[in-house]
Design a protein around this ligand. Structure first.
Ligand SMILES: Cc1cc2nc3c(=O)[nH]c(=O)nc-3n(C[C@H](O)[C@H](O)[C@H](O)COP(=O)(O)OP(=O)(O)OC[C@H]3O[C@@H](n4cnc5c(N)ncnc54)[C@H](O)[C@@H]3O)c2cc1C
Length: 469
């Protein structure tokens, strides 16, 4: 097969590349290779079975049209300060103007017009004052909240639009490797597999946008084909769950409180991430059976709890510099202790140096929203440095949100974010291999729906200009 543009991965980064090319009137042939299914065919059996069935060949939560975004609660962060380091590559002003533009596309396709966290009310001022006293930074970030159900409808509309406009999307089609002309340092497309059929897709431009799940695979390609990259950070942490009553002031005033701290004694950066008022803690399964915790919230269906992640960034240098492998080992060890499930422990038990027992979970005001999480001892698998960072950070947040460090507060583990391998690129997203561009979370430059979408928009503009001239 010959095409102008081949995009690997139909997550927000890949989708917005195609979308923007069409919006710019590009006549280039675009093929998207996606290892998962069309959005209308994605369904997680857990809704019926109440437990993760570890779907093969792919997890419906993280693969398929719209990528990891389909089943996420679709919180679009509307500030360049949130969502990854892309602004340092393309400039803060450009990033903000692209966010505003991408946001207008989400609105066109049906996103809710309401924005959370815009008002600088007395309540927000009081929260900021307490954050200052606790030594934490409160980041301003307006949020457009799609909600899990609405996100699926919205991405379905985008999928249909792309298909109607002639974009070819190959579902159940996994990219295996690149067609690389090593002598000239040029990428000439990809080799993919759809069932028993091997497809060789030649293209002028190859866009890799395989998301967090594709980060490992991309790292291997970098090593095999000498694609310039640098190890970035890896985030290790926990998902914290408390009753809505504890969080109600910040939930009302901010919807999402983005707090950053550098707790003693290590002074590493620790931050809150992905807060879900009335939300549900969820499990994701990565390839190689690694079970990690996440969280989401629905627009209509609400729980009594709020969950959020607390993440610590980890960097390495010599002699060891493989952050993904490091985080995977932490995850595997935690999974082992929970018999392949997610481990949950009460905060008070951690401070008391004891494991949590399943029966103790039923004694609290707070009931876990991830029912198959296994009570146990997170500290038996969490590295000392990360654990101390998390404990001290939770105690600082308690000054902003009284009750956050309560005995019954639940900590789920492992919460891991793999965005470590950062592809070296210029501001036009050219890698060290001609014709090859890497976008979104797998490129290491983004960490969220909006920033991945923005990177796609910018790529679409570059390609439309270059290839149609
Ligand atoms: C449960 C959950 C909740 C989240 N909530 C939020 C939120 O509220 N707000 C927010 O900003 N972000 C959220 N995120 C993160 C957000 O979904 C991602 O940052 C975003 O989707 C990244 O976009 P992407 O296009 O880079 O990659 P992805 O969305 O991961 O898409 C990559 C696509 O590539 C495909 N793929 C991978 N490898 C291959 C291959 N070899 N061949 C073919 N196809 C391949 C995958 O199937 C996938 O569809 C959440 C994520 C999860 C899992």
């Amino acid at each position: 097969m010959k095409t102008d543009i081949v995009i690997v991965g139909a997550g927000p980064a890949g989708i917005f590349t195609a979308l923007e090319m069409l919006r710019r009137g590009s006549k280039q042939r675009i093929v998207i290779v996606e290892k998962g299914k069309a959005i209308e065919k994605r369904s997680c059996p857990k809704q019926k079975t109440k437990r993760c069935m570890n779907c093969k060949p792919n997890c419906h939560i993280t693969t398929g049209f719209s990528g990891a975004g389909a089943f996420s609660d679709g919180k679009l962060s509307l500030s360049y300060e949130v969502g990854g380091d892309l602004p340092s590559l393309i400039g803060e002003e450009t990033a903000q103007s692209l966010i505003d533009y991408a946001d207008s596309i989400y609105l066109e396709f049906g996103a809710d017009t309401h924005i959370e966290g815009l008002e600088n009310t007395e309540e927000v001022k009081a929260i900021r004052k307490r954050a200052i006293q606790a030594g934490l930074k409160l980041v301003d970030c307006p949020i457009r909240h799609l909600g899990t159900e609405k996100a699926q409808t919205l991405y379905y509309a985008i999928e249909q639009h792309l298909l109607e406009q002639g974009v070819e999307i190959l579902f159940d089609c996994e990219c295996e490797t690149l067609l690389l002309d090593q002598e000239h340092g040029v990428c000439r497309g990809v080799v993919a597999r759809q069932g028993a059929q091997e497809l060789s897709i030649e293209a002028k431009h190859t866009i890799i946008a395989t998301g967090r799940r594709g980060a490992d695979w991309l790292e291997k390609l970098c090593a095999a084909y000498n694609i310039a990259h640098q190890p970035g950070t890896v985030d290790i942490g926990v998902r914290v769950e408390v009753r809505n009553e504890v969080m109600e002031t910040v939930n009302r005033a901010l919807y999402e409180s983005k707090l950053i701290g550098y707790p003693k004694p290590f002074k590493n950066k620790v931050r809150t991430f992905c807060q879900n008022p009335g939300g549900f803690v969820s499990q994701e399964n990565y390839d190689n059976n690694l079970a990690v915790v996440n969280g989401h919230s629905y627009k209509e269906l609400k729980s009594d709890n709020t969950n959020l992640a607390i993440l610590c960034s980890h960097n390495f240098s010599v002699p060891f510099n493989q952050p993904i492998e490091y985080a995977q080992k932490v995850g595997e060890l935690t999974n082992m202790l929970a018999n392949g499930h997610i481990l949950v422990q009460r905060f008070g038990d951690i401070l008391d140096g004891k494991r949590t027992w399943q029966k103790e979970l039923a004694r609290a005001n707070l009931r876990p929203t991830l029912p198959d999480a296994v009570a146990g001892d997170i500290t038996a698998a969490m590295p000392y440095r990360a654990m101390i960072n998390i404990i001290n950070f939770i105690q600082a947040v308690d000054q902003v949100v009284p009750g956050f460090a309560a005995y019954e507060t639940l900590l789920y583990s492992p919460e891991l974010k793999f965005y470590s391998n950062r592809i070296k690129m210029d501001e036009d997203f050219n890698t060290s291999v001609k014709g090859l561009h890497c976008l979104g979370d797998s490129s290491g430059w983004t960490r969220g729906l909006m920033m991945a979408s923005v990177m796609g928009v910018q790529m679409g503009r570059i390609l439309a200009k270059e290839t149609d001239n």
